[in-house]
Design a protein around this ligand. Structure first.
Ligand code: HEM
Ligand SMILES: *[C@@H]1O[C@H](CO)[C@@H](O)[C@H](O)[C@H]1NC(C)=O
Ligand SMILES: *[C@@H]1O[C@H](CO)[C@@H](O)[C@H](O)[C@H]1NC(C)=O
Ligand SMILES: *[C@@H]1O[C@H](CO)[C@@H](O)[C@H](O)[C@H]1NC(C)=O
Ligand SMILES: *[C@@H]1O[C@H](CO)[C@@H](O)[C@H](O)[C@H]1NC(C)=O
Ligand SMILES: *[C@@H]1O[C@H](CO)[C@@H](O)[C@H](O)[C@H]1NC(C)=O
Ligand SMILES: *[C@@H]1O[C@H](CO)[C@@H](O)[C@H](O)[C@H]1NC(C)=O
Ligand SMILES: *[C@@H]1O[C@H](CO)[C@@H](O)[C@H](O)[C@H]1NC(C)=O
Length: 418
């Protein structure tokens, strides 16, 4: 698979999300001009930390097997164990140095602070897919989907499979910076990271800082959810964040990526809670993962993300259909327009058959899973076409990489039939 994709890696970044070209008013406005943090900008290469001593993630062992996930393939899918395991020194918390990269994802930041990902923040496909299974018992189908999307489509390198979990570290992720151009890492805006995040500013409102923890937002989340951080509370807080951005951000874009951000919000009550607390989310646990510390005056400041003491992972794998179900429920509680602000007017998008005129028309969770698949897999065929005439095998390989089998099992139409 990787051999085939390597041939077309450079074309792939040229025409991502081709469906945007058909959106009235949005053409050339949002995704087509997706901000790549450049130069000395926040998240750009000049300010990106550089640890010359890159060490890979600490491997799991026979003594401390966790989910048995290694080599980027499915692990056992059985959670409920303590992480890090008592006595597993290799995965103890170590605060990142100022040479290490961290970014907008608390789940990956915490994993890196425990050595389940490279502690310098330069990771790769295998590390990500293994780590999220071993630490959080994320299902393999969802782990693969997020890893392929972030590395192959959005923010990393097709050839090396490397990814910066934060800022632009192209010199270290790319097979050849002159050929690939810049690879923004997870900080890259409107590639995976999107507006209306829980605790990160919108790209425009934060003057390009869309990745640092914002304690005011964490405090708002804690208040809105009454410290419970459950589906009801987070659905309401997502809605409040959306309204805040509709009001304040003239460059708001809440496209299909906005639904990914609903999915990330579900991780707070599905992946962070501990078996030692009955899998009920609470303030202390959530704050520990987000790296939020309350000052005596009540405000929240950032400290390194970590796995809480005595924490045990969820018992059953959190799958693609699970996250699609949570996104669907969360969205259904507070339906909002899907689209972007253009010159002060909100323009709804069409992403048939799942989004029409800015309204979600997906009628059930599996439709929503298909929407995510279409959105992510959509760029593949045109990218391949733009460079070489792809073989059926090449397309199959690309679709398999993105988790095609998992989605056809959910009844999603195959987007490419060539
Ligand atoms: C599997 C690979 C993963 C990738 C590539 C990834 C990537 C990202 C990215 C790019 C964001 C920013 C989205 C935004 O704009 O808000 C994000 C947010 C988030 N992620 Fe992850 N993530 C992964 C796994 C996880 C896991 C396993 C967890 C939890 C156990 C997690 C928890 C979160 C949370 C809670 C947020 C929202 C943060 C906020 O909005 O303040 N992620 N992730
Ligand atoms: C937005 O405003 C700019 C500047 O007035 C104009 O050039 C552009 O065409 C407008 N865009 C849309 C989609 O109306
Ligand atoms: C990914 O990183 C691991 C170290 O954590 C390394 O063993 C593996 O070879 C890397 N994979 C690739 C494809 O470079
Ligand atoms: C944090 O978020 C609040 C609320 O959105 C905002 O007013 C404030 O400017 C943000 N702070 C920083 C440092 O970005
Ligand atoms: C949260 O609620 C407390 C108590 O009402 C209040 O003092 C604090 O300012 C609120 N925090 C935020 C960020 O809204
Ligand atoms: C929060 O967690 C810390 C460390 O894990 C612990 O010392 C503290 O007692 C906890 N606080 C509450 C209110 O549970
Ligand atoms: C963790 O478990 C140990 C051993 O049972 C106990 O002594 C310690 O107080 C626990 N810590 C927390 C934060 O619950
Ligand atoms: C969604 O549908 C409603 C009618 O149900 C319509 O008023 C609205 O403009 C549509 N689009 C958006 C972006 O909300």
């Amino acid at each position: 698979m990787k051999v085939v994709l390597t041939l077309v890696s450079f074309a792939s970044l040229v025409t991502p999300f081709p469906w945007v070209a058909n959106q009235p008013g949005l053409k050339n406005h949002h995704l087509l001009a997706r901000q790549q943090s450049g130069g000395g900008q926040p998240g750009g290469p000049e300010t990106c930390p550089f640890n010359t001593n890159h060490e890979g993630a600490a491997p799991i062992t026979d003594t401390f097997p966790y989910n048995g996930a290694k080599g980027g393939v499915p692990g056992k899918g059985v959670g409920g164990y303590q992480v890090p395991a008592p006595g597993d020194d290799a995965h103890q918390f170590i605060a990142p140095t100022d040479e290490d990269i961290r970014g907008p994802c608390p789940g990956l930041n915490a994993a890196a602070n425990h050595g389940f990902l490279s502690r310098d923040g330069i990771t790769n496909y295998t590390e990500v897919v293994d780590a999220v299974q071993n630490v959080y018992n994320m299902g393999y189908d969802l782990a693969n989907f997020l890893a392929v999307f972030s590395i192959y489509i959005a923010d990393g390198d097709w050839t090396t499979t490397k990814l910066s979990i934060g800022c632009d570290a192209t010199t270290r992720t790319s097979v050849s910076p002159t050929l690939t151009g810049s690879e923004p890492g997870l900080d890259g805006h409107n590639k995976f990271e999107a507006d209306t995040s829980l605790t990160r500013d919108d790209y425009f409102l934060g003057d390009g800082d869309n990745f640092d923890f914002n304690g005011t937002l964490f405090g708002m989340m804690a208040n809105t959810t009454n410290g419970v951080f459950d589906l009801d509370g987070l659905a309401l807080f997502r809605f409040q964040r959306y309204q805040q951005s509709r009001r304040d951000n003239p460059q708001l874009f809440f496209g299909p990526l906005g639904l990914f951000t609903h999915g990330a919000a579900s991780f707070v009550y599905e992946l962070f809670p501990s078996g030692t607390e009955g899998y009920a989310p609470n303030l202390n646990n959530t704050a520990t993962f987000f790296g939020a510390e309350q000052s005596p005056d009540g405000t929240w400041v950032h400290i390194p993300e970590r796995i809480p003491d005595n924490w045990t992972s969820r018992a059953t794998p959190y799958t693609l259909l699970d996250v699609a179900t949570q996104i669907f429920e969360m969205y259904s509680m507070y339906p909002v327009g899907i689209g972007g602000s253009v010159n002060g007017t909100f323009v709804g998008i069409d992403f048939p058959p799942y989004v029409q005129g800015g309204n979600l028309t997906a009628a059930k969770p599996s439709d929503l899973a298909c929407l995510l698949y279409q959105f992510v897999a959509g760029p593949i065929p045109s990218s391949l076409n733009g460079f070489v005439e792809p073989s059926v095998q090449a397309l199959q390989a690309a679709l398999t990489a993105i988790g095609g089998e998992a989605f056809t099992n959910l009844g999603c139409p195959i987007p490419v039939t060539k």
